[in-house]
Design a protein around this ligand. Structure first.
Ligand SMILES: *Cc1c(COP(=O)(O)O)cnc(C)c1O
Length: 235
């Protein structure tokens, strides 16, 4: 299958899962996780129907931006962001999906203020309570959401999660369901910002259909579009 065919297939799977769950397929957007891909592959993906690219390494993203590889698509930052790299991301991406600490939120607010812009963000929730993962706990979330909503140079758009890797198909559905509940709670709690809060980013190649069934509005898919990646160190 060509890249274009794979993109069409993933979109079809998303639409089918949405309809099965009684949802409007238009509520869900595919985010192509483009880490380790070349600028040419990214251009091909956009020509083939990708409307959002998700990057998780600042250095790669910067190189692709210098190449103008994302032209015609929106750009999300989906990886772990160190505060010392915030300058290279704020104002250069449409959405930072992975804001998982107050420290990082403060750094983004400060940089956005300096540039006199408003940066859209999602708060990342460590929904599996995993030691190795970033993100706030469900218990910490309401306070951080309230703070984000009160930052003048940040617009809180919703939540993101990377649940634990599961051996069993369907294993992540309970985590997705919990995330949906947290998302609804945050929307209710921050009712004055409700119109802004319309993003729930969850689901990857192995489980995006279940994420859609449980209420995702953004699914981040890499392998199912581009094939397996070589093993890479984090960063
Ligand atoms: C790589 C990546 C994905 C996509 O993972 P696949 O399993 O290849 O679909 C999704 N989210 C994040 C944060 C990623 O880094």
């Amino acid at each position: 299958m060509t890249l274009e065919e794979k993109i069409a297939q993933v979109k079809e799977n998303i639409a089918r899962a949405a309809r099965e769950a009684g949802r409007d397929p238009a509520e869900i957007t595919l985010v192509a996780a483009t880490k380790v891909q070349t600028s040419d592959t990214i251009r091909q993906a956009i020509a083939g129907g990708v409307t959002i690219c998700g990057e998780n390494r600042v250095q790669e993203m910067t190189a692709h931006l210098d190449d103008d590889a994302y032209a015609g698509a929106a750009l999300h930052f989906i990886g772990h962001l160190q505060t010392n790299k915030v300058r290279q991301v704020v104002g250069r991406v449409d959405l930072i999906e992975s804001v998982g600490s107050e420290h990082l939120l403060d750094a983004i607010e400060a940089q956005a203020a300096k540039l006199d812009l408003v940066q859209d963000i999602l708060l990342e929730v460590n929904i599996g309570g995993e030691e190795s993962k970033s993100g706030v706990t469900p218990e910490e979330l309401p306070a951080l959401a309230e703070k984000a909503a009160s930052c003048p140079h940040v617009r809180l758009r919703g939540l993101m999660a990377i649940p634990p890797v599961q051996a069993q198909p369907g294993g992540n559905r309970p985590f997705f369901a919990k995330m949906y509940q947290l998302y609804v709670d945050i929307r209710t709690k921050l009712a004055h910002n409700e119109a802004d809060i319309n993003c729930l980013s969850m689901g990857m190649s192995g489980d995006y259909e279940d994420a859609v069934r449980e209420g995702a509005t953004l699914v981040r898919v890499g392998t199912a579009l581009f094939g397996p990646r070589p093993p890479m160190k984090q960063g």
